[in-house]
Design a protein around this ligand. Sequence first.
Ligand SMILES: Nc1nc2c(ncn2[C@@H]2O[C@H](COP(=O)(O)OP(=O)(O)OP(=O)(O)O)[C@@H](O)[C@H]2O)c(=O)[nH]1
Ligand SMILES: [Mg+2]
Length: 203
Amino acid sequence: MAAPVSELAQQQTAKLVLLGEMGSGKSSLVLRYVKGQFFDYQASTVGAAFLTKTLPDLNVKFEIWDTAGQERYHSLAPMYYRGAAAAIIVYDITSPDSFTRAKSWVRELQRQGNPAMIMALAGNKADLESQRAVSVEEAQAYAAENGLYYLETSAKTAANVNELFEEIARKLPKPEAAPRQVQGGGIVLENQQAQDRRKGACC
Ligand SMILES: Nc1nc2c(ncn2[C@@H]2O[C@H](COP(=O)(O)OP(=O)(O)OP(=O)(O)O)[C@@H](O)[C@H]2O)c(=O)[nH]1
Ligand SMILES: [Mg+2]
């Protein structure tokens, strides 16, 4: 019996960038998601860190750029968000300044990012409810106005971390499948990236 189309689908590679104020928890979210780890002391990122994660069920491989929040690295950011299929903008629910900074990242991406980019807003450190300084209602309203997918997360407890990345993977536009005739009369489906690779296309 022929394999279902879903089994023939090519793996999709998607560039994903994390942006947000220093200390909001970008690296912690990525480490929790990719390695299942959390550190109470997490060194501040220098430049950016690169990690990958494959989601076999969704046929997606994320190439993740975890950027540095320190202002002095701001000028490097376009290098990481350009060409990204998705961005996670992180703020810390105990820090109103980090929410303001998140909004300025959203504005920058709206002006200079890929117009088709999927943008997610993550209110991190949700485990610190007693120190909350940004309400769910305010963040939700802002996200709705700006077409952002919004979740509160905790890298510490792992709450909503898998959900955040998986929902982004589900929202990625599917690569167009073009039928290709093969010997024996069968048809295989391959995506545009695979076709480009065969043609030797680059970058
Ligand atoms: N309680 C709590 N602490 C967290 C959480 N996420 C991160 N932290 C802590 O917050 C601090 C900063 O986390 P990082 O992941 O380094 O933050 P970052 O956004 O990568 O910071 P930069 O690399 O400097 O931009 C660390 O001490 C983490 O342990 C969380 O969900 N809950
Ligand atoms: Mg970091």
